[in-house]
Design a protein around this ligand. Structure first.
Ligand SMILES: Nc1ncnc2c1ncn2[C@@H]1O[C@H](COP(=O)(O)OP(=O)(O)OP(=O)(O)O)[C@@H](O)[C@H]1O
Length: 470
């Protein structure tokens, strides 16, 4: 307990200020119009300031044009309102685009634009005139993330002519059809099945991207399937591994999987994103967690939020109870069928549903810019008997908010010695100061959370990629 106490700010202290500093200004939103910006808010964001701040993961000195990308791709970036690359884009892109192609292992904080970095590489490397020949394969751990990446490819590549991108996810490719597209994005199990059934010809693949690579290459999980994919692709295929986390135990395997790779690595202490204010709620016991959750929602008008729980059953149970208490919530986990899952996430993305209760299935990669709060209803644990704190999953979960310079709050619920110790371990691992919230002082809790959220609430219809950059 003493450990956590040294890491947390005392209840009567101010919460850590949300980055960026309160004096910075929020620019209008080019796409949705400046009328949406509430001028009375004094905490405002300016992405260009963050991108000029050395040491910030969004910092860059170059423009996309200087990275030598084709005009059609630059036009796509412009249409998405990407004015300047982030650090991972600026640093990794020239290395990935150099010839002869070299493998890459790249680590960068959550929400800092890794997807565009590898998508730009794929779009630059494939011959888009060969519309039916798969030349780039991107693998992700969930159907939601694969679909999201497919969307990013189609957006960035919107001026690249007749771009064909196939989603190789459960139920998407009929048994008797060939995978015909320049780029394929999928989950490893489905991709292996398609290769086995000769539906997917891999012999022309020039690039293989593995997103969330530490998770994908973990031999307790999807590692075996990723190895099988590698055995089926040409030896010359450029391999790109991306994640916000690369624990040492996976790293040696990653280095074998992508030999002689260029590497971009981060230290534990540099992994957290400043825009996410990390807090914890000291709950009296397990049973009170639910009441505290409802109280939190009752008190606060929060943008969109995600509640992470340990099991599918508790996700369903919390949904049932919250609904019977008059809250409108959605739930998504692995027990749901594919297309249902797509609808659920689409509802959440569009704001039709504002609260999403989920398991670790959505802990990684999902990019919904309106998410201003993440709740760790259960502290993530891993290993046999779930006895070890899962610092990686913690980081990915909280990273669903605070994306690309936005601000957000994460609240982790602790209630007993074990959960308290697990959070202590996680906060020490990343060197973070967690702010304590007390269920006995709701005025103070509300103030601490709202202090952070008011800047993101200034733009209720915050569209993805819609921060205006000077
Ligand atoms: N250069 C840029 N300018 C403005 N917005 C950008 C830029 N690059 C990426 N973005 C936006 O930033 C958000 C986060 O990007 P992305 O999803 O790629 O993060 P990530 O690093 O892959 O995060 P995670 O580790 O959670 O998967 C997206 O909404 C994306 O559109």
């Amino acid at each position: 307990m003493a450990d956590l106490a040294s890491r947390i700010t005392k209840p009567d202290e101010e919460p850590a200020p949300a980055a960026p500093a309160a004096e910075t200004k929020l620019d209008g939103d080019e796409e949705v119009g400046s009328a949406l910006v509430d001028a009375t808010y004094d905490v405002e964001i300016k992405l260009s300031d963050l991108q000029n701040e050395e040491g910030n993961p969004l910092y860059s000195v170059k423009s996309f044009e200087e990275l030598g990308l084709p005009k059609s791709i630059n036009d796509g970036l412009l249409a998405m309102n990407f004015k300047k690359p982030s650090k991972v884009q600026e640093t990794a892109l020239p290395l990935m685009l150099a010839n002869p192609p070299r493998n890459m292992i790249a680590q960068s904080q959550s929400g800092t634009g890794k997807t565009a970095a590898f998508v730009l590489t794929c779009l630059t490397r494939v011959d888009l005139n060969q519309k039916t020949t798969p030349q780039a394969l991107l693998l992700a751990p969930s159907r939601e993330l694969a679909r999201q990446i497919q969307g990013v490819i189609l957006s960035i590549g919107q001026f690249c002519g007749d771009l064909t991108v196939v989603a190789a996810i459960p139920g998407a490719v009929a048994r008797d059809t060939k995978v015909e597209g320049s780029i394929v994005v999928g989950t490893p199990g489905t991709v292996i099945d398609l290769i086995k059934r000769n539906q997917f010809d891999t012999k022309n693949l020039k690039v293989l991207v593995i997103d969330e690579a530490d998770n994908m290459l973990d031999m307790q999980g999807l590692g075996d399937q990723c190895l099988r994919v590698k055995q089926k692709i040409p030896r010359t295929t450029q391999i790109l591994l991306f994640s916000a986390t690369f624990p040492d135990k996976v790293m040696s395997f990653a280095e074998k999987y992508a030999p002689s790779a260029n590497q971009m690595r981060l230290k534990h202490n540099d992994l957290t994103v400043k825009g996410i204010s990390q807090m914890y709620m000291d709950c009296p016991d397990q049973d009170k967690k639910y009441d505290i959750l409802c109280k939190l929602y009752g008190l606060m008008t929060i943008g969109s939020s995600v509640i992470f729980v340990r099991t599918r059953e508790s996700a369903d149970e919390i949904k049932r109870r919250m609904e019977s208490d008059g809250h409108k919530v959605s739930v998504l986990h692995g027990a749901y069928e594919g297309v249902n899952r797509d609808t659920l996430l689409d509802d959440f993305r569009s704001g039709r549903s504002k609260v999403l209760i989920t398991t670790n299935v959505l802990a990684r990669g999902i990019d919904v810019s309106t998410v201003s709060m993440v709740i760790n209803y259960d502290i993530p644990m891993k290993g046999p008997g779930e006895r070890e704190p899962d610092a990686e999953t913690y980081l990915h979960r909280i990273g669903r908010t605070g994306r690309f310079g936005r601000v957000g709050v994460s609240i982790s619920f602790v209630y007993d010695k074990r959960s308290y110790q697990a959070l202590t371990y996680i906060s020490n691992y990343y060197g973070i100061d967690l702010v304590q919230l007390s269920p006995d002082d709701w005025d103070e809790t509300e103030r601490k959370v709202q202090d952070v959220l008011k800047s993101s609430r200034a733009k209720p219809d915050y569209a993805p990629n819609a921060i205006k950059v000077d």
